[in-house]
Ligand binder design. Structure first.
Ligand code: 5RP
Length: 292
């Protein structure tokens, strides 16, 4: 065990200095990866903006049928034109995403908990990597509970998927999950996202928080931001704008799109912010025009 005495709190994040090791390829931290990994990352992150709009609809893996996701077969084709990547379970993707929709796939690859339990932090790897290959998954998503009860098994799941991912050139998306006793502070997310990145993932998913720009600066791979619980549309757009301004490379948003009464307009408004440099005010104006 390393000696923890005398450790200093990190403070010099150089938030205004761009990531340095970026020659040759546009995705943060991916410079030294092989062609296959880079190809998958290019499917996820738009080469022009460098960012991604992921649509998360994997909630059923622990919540069952969720408000807004009752009919994935109807919803997903409608949203497809406005998103870059679908994030879901293999059951939902195989059954409800027509294969001719040429969007990237983020395959939810861990499972094991449900809303009926008190502690959601214990998961297993639920998908064979061979099946991720069969599905042409562009990344495998792994839930990671740093500081929670399930930390060790999370790291075990994550390490397994990263090792297999390197074997077959499939990126891993580490989903920074917040255990029920953990506070959503900048300090926590700095710790958790950095641990996940150092394990070897190619993408980290986390939440907005204070000092978010420092979380981004200290994370050597792209961060995508979860939407979290449903907010008024205007607030969700402001959140998306703020995190993009602070260096996030996109969103991986679920409820703030699919629980809006106007999911297509919301996805388009988010897209304007993530890819076109629109402000939240411009995206809100678009949203209001689109729904009237
Ligand atoms: C579950 C997830 C979800 O995909 C994530 O929560 C994104 O959805 P939302 O924007 O609704 O929070 O990773 O662990």
């Amino acid at each position: 065990m390393a000696d923890l005495d005398g450790l200093k709190v990190a403070k010099d994040y150089h938030v205004d200095t761009p990531f340095a090791n970026q020659q040759g390829f546009y995705v943060k931290g991916a410079n030294s990866l092989d062609w296959g990994m880079k190809k998958h990352l290019s499917n996820i992150f738009d080469p022009k903006s460098g960012n991604t709009v992921m649509f998360a609809f994997d909630h059923g893996y622990f919540m069952g049928s969720t408000a807004g996701l009752e009919r994935l077969d109807l919803l997903l084709p409608k949203l497809a034109p406005y998103v870059d990547c679908f994030m879901g379970t293999r059951g939902a993707i195989r059954a409800c995403v027509p294969p001719e929709i040429t969007k990237a796939i983020a395959l939810r690859s861990t499972s094991g908990s449900s809303m009926l339990q008190d502690d959601l932090s214990h998961e297993i790897v639920a998908v064979d990597v061979e099946d991720a290959i069969r599905m042409n998954a562009d990344c495998m998503a792994c839930q990671v509970f740093i500081g929670g009860d399930g930390q060790l098994e999370s790291i075990d799941n994550l390490s397994y998927l990263i090792n297999e991912g390197f074997r077959y050139s499939i990126p891993v998306l580490g989903v920074c999950a917040v255990g029920k006793d953990m506070a959503r502070t900048g300090r926590y997310f700095k710790l958790a996202t950095r641990i996940i990145a150092e394990m070897g993932v190619q993408i980290v998913k986390t939440y907005d928080c204070e000092d978010f720009e420092e979380v981004v600066a200290a994370c050597p791979v792209p961060i995508v931001v979860a939407g979290g619980k449903k907010l008024p549309e205007r607030d969700a757009l402001a959140m998306a704008y703020n995190v993009i301004q602070k260096g996030a490379h996109g969103v991986d948003m679920g409820r703030n799109i699919f629980q809006s009464p106007h999911p297509e307009a919301m996805a388009q408004a988010i897209r304007m912010i993530v890819h076109e440099g629109a402000t939240d005010a411009q995206a809100w104006e678009f949203f209001q025009d689109a729904i009237h």
